[in-house]
Structure formats: structure tokens, C-alpha cells
Write a protein that binds this ligand. Structure first.
Ligand code: KG4
Ligand code: ZN
Length: 356
């Protein structure tokens, strides 16, 4: 009889790096030829209403709000099983706001002390990478090397994934993140945070050729990005339209939104395809808050099919796009599977922790 080795792990995760408090519990079962993941708890408490009141993320306010939320979500996730609900604790250790990260880290360290179970500190960006792996269909086709575009309100990075837990940062923004370009333009237009979804909605009925906004660094041969020049060009255009008394004319906001969206998509897709070709990867990941953009998801998929036949496409599933703890549990599991160990008494937060 052939005996098959199976390992089972219940991974608890805590994420408090910015303005979402999140706790998750996943069950991973690994046999020789397959890894199955069940997300048992996926709890996220957003601070968006707080942010709207304060006009953005205020670190102290975010941290104070994480305290009761973290306790409440952990209690809910563990349920009656308490400390028996998990085998290992994972927690976001950086990058992020230090006071906010500290709340999750201290909660995780307390659980490690009380339960005597192991703890793993996870890089938030690695969590975003692992968000794409939570999808069963993607896991089936998952083969290294992979190229990942991480695109959010704070990050725009191209990461070469050589293997599990083995990364190289190959491109990044030299100024603003792509999400910031959406958020700041939306603000200019009088629209509340987050700007991305509002720009996407307006763009649906706009003409993307109405304004020709710049595509900085698009053909410069590097894998880096720059969005501040684009943001400034949009501001100048908006000021001009304002001076002409045109901003409230029907279709004008829509045209600005469509032209901005088109420029951002052009830059992101071009660089990602270039990076994927350069490193001869087997698949491309699209993760982070901006990956919620339907036109971006569609265009990157289309260009991969056209320019990189045979290369798989792994956009993060909608429910795991914005900050959450299921993705932290998944990345933490990669480290557990590799046999990584950490000492909770020595674990420290790392607000500037980059990847690769
Ligand atoms: O990953 P995330 O939730 O938080 C950060 O770490 O920043 O990303 C938030 C960003 C914001 O800039 C928001 O405008 C953008 O993601 N975003 C979008 C869309 N949904 C959210 N950008 C473009 N299109 C969307 N549909
Ligand atoms: Zn994030």
C-alpha cells in the first residue's frame, strides 16, 4: 500500500498595518501533489468612515481604533475553540504605520505567549502576493518564476517571484503610487476617498482620447514608474477647464476620468509585460487595491494573451484585493511550510520593510 503524507495546518492571521483591522483563519491541507486551502474566517473591519471624518488616515486615530476591533475580531474568529482553533499565528510586521502595526503585533505576541504556539511575522506586500494564491484555480497553474504587479494607494511595484518566499524587487515608483494618482485626481474633482472606483465609474461614459495625458517613463527601458508628472498634467488641465467654466459641463468629468484611466492602464500594462518578457516568467500576478479596476484587469489579461502566449494570469480574487488577513495567513503558511521559526519575545515591527 502506498502511504501518502498529508500535513494539516490551521493558520490564524492578524493584519493592522493601515486602516483595516483584519483577522482570518485558514485551513491548509498539503498532500504530495496538491495543496487545498479553506478560508474558515475572513473578518475585516474598515475604518473608512473614520477616515472620511478626518480627511485621510491619521496614524494615531487608526491605531486607537485597531485596539477594540482586533480584540473583537480575534474573539469572533476563535469562537468556542479558543486557543485550539489554530496551530500557528501569523501577523503583519510591516510595512505600514508603526502605531497601527504595533496593535496587531502585540495581540499576536500575547496569543503566542498564552498558547505556546509558533508565530511568524509576515511582510504585508508578500501578503498581497499570496492573495492570488488563495484561488484554487490559480494554485493549480502556479509555477515559478512569476512576475507580480503590486498596485495600491501606497505601492506600485514589480516583484519577481523566484520561488515561495524568494523575491526580487525589479521595479518601483520613483514618486507617487498609481492609486494616489486616482485618489488625488478624484479629490481635485470633489470626489471622496477612495478615488479609484469613482474614476472608473465616470470613465465608463467618457472619451479616453479627449485629453492626451503623459505616460511618464513608459518607454525608458527601466521597470520603474513615475506618476507625479501625470498627476500634475491632470491638475493643469483641470485648472484650465475651470478657468473656462467647463468643469460642470456634461461629459467633462467623464472625459478627464477616462483619459486618466487610459494613461495609468497604459503605463502599468506596458511595464508589466516588459518585466514578464525580461524574466521569462510562467505567470503574472495582479494584486493590491488598484487591481480592483475592471478595465485594468481586462487589459492586462488581453495583453498577456496577445504578447505572452502560454503565460498564466493570476489577478487577485475580488474578496482578497483590499487589505485583509486571509492573504497574511496564506503568506505566513508559505513560511511555515518552509520550516521558518521566529521567537515572539524578539519579534519587532518593521514599518519600512520592503520586499526583495
Ligand atoms: O490596497 P489598498 O486597499 O490600500 C493601500 O494599501 O493603499 O488600495 C487602495 C487604493 C486606493 O488608491 C484606491 O483608489 C484604489 O486602491 N482602488 C482603485 C479601485 N478600487 C480601489 N483604483 C482603481 N480602480 C478601482 N476600481
Ligand atoms: Zn495593502
Amino acid at each position: 500500500m502506498v502511504t501518502r503524507s498529508t500535513t494539516k495546518q490551521k493558520v490564524l492571521a492578524i493584519e493592522t498595518s493601515c486602516d483595516e483591522t483584519a483577522v482570518a483563519l485558514i485551513h491548509v491541507e498539503k498532500t504530495e501533489d496538491k495543496t487545498s486551502v479553506r478560508v474558515l474566517e475572513h473578518l475585516v473591519s474598515s475604518q473608512i468612515s473614520l477616515q472620511l471624518r478626518y480627511g485621510g488616515v491619521v496614524p494615531e486615530v487608526a491605531a486607537r481604533s485597531h485596539v477594540p476591533e482586533t480584540v473583537s475580531l480575534i474573539t469572533k474568529a476563535l469562537g468556542k475553540k479558543g486557543m485550539n482553533a489554530f496551530d500557528v499565528i501569523t501577523v503583519t510586521r510591516g510595512p505600514g504605520l508603526s502605531t497601527a502595526l504595533g496593535v496587531g503585533l502585540e495581540a499576536a505576541r500575547t496569543l503566542a505567549f498564552l498558547s505556546g504556539k509558533p508565530i511568524i511575522g509576515v511582510n504585508h506586500l508578500e501578503g498581497h502576493l499570496a492573495s492570488a494564491w488563495l484561488n484554487a484555480r490559480s494554485r493549480k497553474k502556479w509555477e515559478y518564476p512569476l512576475m507580480a504587479l503590486i498596485v495600491s494607494g501606497g505601492h506600485t511595484e514589480l516583484v519577481l517571484m523566484k520561488d515561495y518566499c524568494d523575491y526580487k524587487l525589479v521595479g518601483q515608483t520613483r514618486d507617487d503610487a498609481a492609486g494616489e494618482a486616482f485618489d488625488k485626481t478624484a479629490r481635485l474633482m470633489g470626489l471622496a476617498y477612495p478615488g479609484g472606483p469613482k474614476i472608473e465609474k465616470l470613465a465608463k461614459t467618457g472619451n479616453k482620447k479627449a485629453f492626451s495625458f503623459p505616460r511618464p517613463m513608459r518607454h525608458d527601458g527601466t521597470l520603474d514608474f513615475s506618476f507625479s508628472g501625470l498627476k500634475t498634467a491632470v491638475r493643469y488641465q483641470w485648472d484650465e477647464l475651470k478657468a473656462q467654466g467647463r468643469v460642470d459641463q456634461p461629459g467633462v468629468k467623464e472625459d478627464v476620468a477616462a483619459s486618466l484611466l487610459d494613461a495609468i492602464i497604459d503605463i502599468l500594462v506596458e511595464k508589466t509585460i516588459q518585466a514578464a518578457k525580461m524574466y521569462n516568467v510562467k505567470g503574472v500576478l495582479l494584486v493590491g487595491g488598484v487591481s480592483a479596476s475592471k478595465p485594468l484587469r481586462k487589459e492586462l489579461g488581453k495583453q498577456i494573451k496577445k504578447q505572452l502566449p502560454g503565460v498564466a494570469y493570476f489577478p487577485s480574487e475580488r474578496k482578497y484585493i483590499t487589505d485583509n488577513a486571509a492573504m497574511i495567513a496564506a503568506a505566513g503558511y508559505w513560511h511555515v511550510a518552509r520550516g521558518d521559526h521566529e521567537d515572539w519575545t524578539k519579534m519587532e515591527l518593521d514599518p519600512e520593510w520592503n520586499i526583495g
